[in-house]
Design a protein around this ligand. Sequence first.
Ligand SMILES: O=C(O)C1=C[C@@H](OP(=O)(O)O)[C@@H](O)[C@H](O)C1
Ligand SMILES: C=C(OP(=O)(O)O)C(=O)O
Length: 742
Amino acid sequence: MSSKAPIIGRLAVIGLGLIGGSFAKGLRQSGLCHEVVGCDPDPATCRVAVSLGIVDIMTDDLAEAVQGADLIMLAVPVLAMERVLGQLATLDIGQAVITDAGSTKSAVVDAVRNAFGRIPPHFVPGHPIAGSERSGVEAADAGLFRNHKVILTPLEETAETSLALVRRAWQAVGADVEDMRLADHDEVLAATSHLPHLLAFSLVDTLASRSENLEIFRYAAGGFRDFTRIAASDPVMWRDVFLANRDAVLRSLDDFTHDLSRLRAAVEEGDANALLGVFTRARSAREHFSKILARRAYMEPMQTQSINFIANPGASVQGRIRVPGDKSISHRSIMLGSLAEGVTEVEGFLEGEDSLATLQAFRDMGVVIEGPDHGRVTINGVGLHGLQAPPGPIYVGNSGTSMRLLAGLLAGQTFTTELTGDASLTKRPMGRVANPLREMGANIDTGEEGRPPLHIKGAESHLKGMDYVMPMASAQVKSCLLLAGLYAEGSTSVTEPAPTRDHTERMLKGFGYPVQVEGATATVDSGHKLTGCKIDVPADISSAAFFMVAASIAEGSDLTLEHVGINPTRIGVINILRAMGGDITLSNEREVGGEPVADVRVRYAPLKGIEIPEDQVPLAIDEFPVLFIAAACAEGRTILRGAEELRVKESDRIQVMADGLQLLGIKAEPTSDGIIIEGGVMGGATVDSHMDHRIAMSFAIASLRATADICITDCIHVATSFPGFIDLARSVGINIRQEDNA
Ligand SMILES: O=C(O)C1=C[C@@H](OP(=O)(O)O)[C@@H](O)[C@H](O)C1
Ligand SMILES: C=C(OP(=O)(O)O)C(=O)O
């Protein structure tokens, strides 16, 4: 027994099945109550409950059980609640708090109202999501609720003190308690629990009633077993659930029946594309849910909420590696592949969260996309006008590129969409795309101050081409407008103040779509089409940059990065490092699918501080965090100007890097549009990544020259652009490890 002081004198558990028995046993063991009384009409259950130590005493008389109770748990099947509550209402139960464990909540609340003529303030409806296909008091398990969710649906009338007591009781048996609105509970559970049970019961029944059933069950392998496990659940309990949650279940069942008949038709007609569409979408949704579940859900709450990196000082880097695929090109491969006619085969696709968010967006809009499987993706293009309205808002997580490029493309559709993102993306400016799109005729609403979410009303937009002169050098804005231009009347031209990455222009041409580029202006006309093609995504120079700086600053290093994209609009990092004295050589230069690539060899060389030429800023925009680490290791002063865009990335990269460098003992002075860094000796510290992937990886690289450990907090977003960073870093000799904080 635990040493917790009892706060409940007497607990009465009415109905000693799996749930009631487990609750009684768990609370009894927790030491939170003095005495646990069980009540069940079945004499055998009563005997077992006492002999297994589940309760202190058993009775079959409700009045006796609740006499003097502080907490009454109703754990009888939902339809038996009415009778038990009716009886309870005739008894003097004083101030006892009543709660229940019924799987549907509206029916129980109605039964309470009928019995008492009102909702008593000490009634707290509850539902533990911890069933099992086992049933009966023998299966009672004190640990059944540990790390499982319990949903409480307090009502307006519910007293805070009663709610607190019930919450405390569930927490004492290890549950993760959440509150939910009553109506939401029944709707959500109808879809996620009740419908699957109905299907499992039905499938087993259908198969069992066929004459060759013995043969079927003898050969029934994993799939059957997995799908039908829950058909072994308690029939009475489930009968009651379906009777009690009738309307919500019917809604879910109707949706399902509708989709099932579509699948039936696809099978009948041999519609391979429709089948693949459903299966790929379902598979990716399942993976997505598993991730959500692993992070914070029903079974193991609060897992892997945050990740820290711990990097030990010293070491040099050696070897040959290939970093993951280019993020910008990966996004565009999905977008243009989806809008193309025919099939597009992608190799080297970045399986990071940002590009996967784009992929999911197009699946949500009805595009059948196979993979990714080791970087291979097959997109069955639907043509420029083949996208369908997504079922709900499109969530693009942390990815600015997804949101801004999609905004342009969605302005040209005939349906309305909402684009949302995570907390970091929700702070980033979207007016830079919404305003010019409005000038083209798009109907777009943004959140406050031009931030996400974006509501894009395609049907109310009549896009007209325009000549737009961008106020900032942004490839995302340029690409957004060119994509809108595919749907706009006439020509759309975008002029940039300085060259920015031109992957959209190159890839459009690769898909056979004409693009004119004259000086700083790119132009598209509507009325052409894209044709599916093959895309080989080079390794991302923005990811390679971490290792270029690593090899440059760590004495004795010699590292080759293979198949790196060296598009002239992306090679600022190489130019800047070379200007600082970096030893970088390119070999095996070739072109793949319209993009130049090379193997990049970097050897250690003492660096010196420089004034970074402003024309390099857009060409190295994502590489500055790690270039600041190079500057901290260089002799003398490095000055960056004209880089105010860094303040509106996943974090304010000027401020956040300056703060981190200062903690490491480096003089780093942020300015409005850049930073001044004096090279020096770096110590150890705990540095906050501000949930920004590039900040996290930059400080990891700094450890190579630090004199003590660097701990970087909140690094989970590294997976947005560089899955596998830690393993790759370790493989070249960096002493770094990851710590998961539950
Ligand atoms: O077009 C793109 O793929 C990107 C453009 C850049 O953003 P801006 O256009 O905001 O400079 C860059 O920072 C981002 O990581 C990717
Ligand atoms: C700025 C970045 O990406 P995005 O704008 O797509 O979020 C980045 O990857 O550094």
